[in-house]
Write a protein that binds this ligand. Structure first.
Ligand SMILES: [Mg+2]
Length: 119
């Protein structure tokens, strides 16, 4: 199970990566924006994507929209501080599988990952 963590904050990528490792997911690639993420996914082998919303170069919404045009199946979790209802709805419309509000606990991360992997 290979994860791709997409966030412009190195600190946040570390936090997410550490949480994943604690949950037993050791295979994690990183990208700092949507453009890098699409490039990384293009190399193949990514099974699940955890992405931030606010990022330079290409933000999370644009990234999710583009990714969904080429892959209808891959689970996408958005992890962001944008908790407004209309933002969440917009993200689901763009094609995310589920949504996590920062800050999050490892338990919430685990639940959400299990949820999207079940489909
Ligand atoms: Mg950000």
């Amino acid at each position: 199970m290979k994860f791709l963590v997409v966030d412009d904050s190195l600190t946040m990528r570390r936090i997410i990566k550490n949480s994943l490792q604690k949950l037993g997911f050791a295979d994690v690639s990183e990208a700092s924006n949507g453009l890098e993420a699409l490039e990384e996914i293009g190399k193949g082998g990514i099974n699940i994507v955890l992405t931030d919303w606010n990022m330079p170069e290409m933000d999370g919404m644009t990234f999710v929209t583009k990714l969904r045009q080429q892959d209808a199946q891959i689970p996408i979790l958005m992890i962001t501080t944008n908790a407004a209802k209309e933002d969440v709805l917009e993200a689901f419309k763009a094609g995310i599988s589920d949504y996590i509000i920062k800050p999050f606990t490892p338990e919430v991360l685990k639940e959400k990952i299990e949820g999207v992997l079940k489909g």
